[in-house]
Design a protein around this ligand. Structure first.
Ligand SMILES: Nc1ncnc2c1ncn2[C@@H]1O[C@H](COP(=O)(O)OP(=O)(O)O)[C@@H](O)[C@H]1O
Ligand SMILES: [Mg+2]
Length: 306
């Protein structure tokens, strides 16, 4: 793909991001960073509010340094796409954003992840509360297959010991299933096992399950990679709809998808074998695709490597 073709991903009316959602002015937080050398701009330099940012974030599996020095800001009510070749640390970085990385034996992270100005790795931070505020949807839909559709939605609140009466439960089930664009398809079989749903429905159920605890940020790791094209488009529509209320960070290997759903794109790569993954360039998605500043970004978005 040439840069022009990459740019045309942005301009194709079928896939272009809707102008009304593009930021009015390029926000100042989208400076090019590499290897953690550029400081994160102060919060007051960032256009608009932002619930989450990382400062010099590093991730390790034992002695293997897999993500180095990432500074990124996620503005409120936007979708940020993380792109880059396989193995460059996108999933690991994502899991650091809600303290899921540390659940893997030997895994650790250094640096800061701020959520509403608080370091989620701070002494007083509660990882369970962090994971409630920062939800996650995975590559393969992973509902509890033998649990009912309704119980899948309620699993999070139950785990968090949220007290609810019957009416509250019914209201939550309907609200979150509507929010995930699944209500009409399942309203007559809420007691049926989730395993009977199609893959696309299961993924939307997982999104409903994540929404049920009312997160502020939703992390999505290649959420459409196991779905057929039609289910993919439904989930993409849903992502855009949800970003009116939530801040979304999505890993995708699909350039068209990044172009369709995100306002911002962050390109990660490994520069040399054995080195950690680094953030190479980030900015408004149309800039990253249409006018990348770094030749590695250009090579990747035009399909010449990765
Ligand atoms: N559970 C794990 N244990 C050890 N190493 C891992 C684990 N998961 C990923 N890695 C390594 O971390 C690096 C980054 O992987 P990952 O974050 O999955 O990359 P991406 O999502 O960009 O493909 C890779 O070298 C990978 O082999
Ligand atoms: Mg991955």
């Amino acid at each position: 793909m040439s840069t022009r073709e990459a740019r045309s991903i942005m301009e194709d009316p079928k896939v272009a991001t809707d102008d009304s959602r593009a930021p009015a002015a390029p926000p100042t937080q989208v400076t090019v960073t590499a290897g953690g050398t550029s400081p994160v701009p102060r919060a007051d330099e960032v256009a608009g509010p932002h619930p989450m940012l990382t400062r010099d974030l590093n991730a390790y599996f034992g002695s293997h340094h897999v993500v180095e020095g990432v500074n990124l800001v996620f503005p409120s009510n936007t979708v940020t796409a993380l792109i880059g070749p396989s193995g460059c640390g996108k999933s690991t970085f994502l899991r650091c954003l809600n303290r899921m990385h540390e659940l893997i034996p030997g895994a650790r992270a250094t640096g800061d992840v701020e959520l509403h100005g608080q370091d989620i790795y701070g002494k007083d931070a509660d990882p369970v509360a962090v994971r409630r505020a920062v939800g996650m949807v995975f590559q393969r839909p992973n509902p509890f297959p033998t649990k009912s559709i309704a119980d899948n939605v309620l699993a999070g609140p139950k785990f968090m010991r949220v007290k609810m009466g019957r009416d509250g439960r019914d209201e939550l089930i309907e609200r979150t299933l509507r929010g995930a664009g699944l209500w009409d398809e399942v309203k007559n079989r809420l007691d049926a096992p989730a395993g009977g749903l199609s893959g696309g429905q299961q993924q939307r159920l997982c999104i409903a399950r994540a929404l049920a605890v009312e997160p502020d940020v939703l992390l999505m790791d290649e959420p459409c990679s196991a779905l057929d094209p039609q289910s993919t488009l439904r989930v993409e529509d849903l992502i855009r709809e949800l970003s009116e209320r939530l801040t979304i960070v999505i890993v995708t290997h699909n350039m068209q998808q990044a172009a369709r759903v995100s306002e911002y794109t962050a390109f990660f790569t490994i520069e040399e074998e054995g080195q950690p993954g680094r953030l190479i360039e980030t900015g408004p998605t149309r800039e990253i695709f249409g006018n990348p500043q770094n030749p590695r970004t250009e090579a990747y978005v035009t399909g010449r490597f990765g």
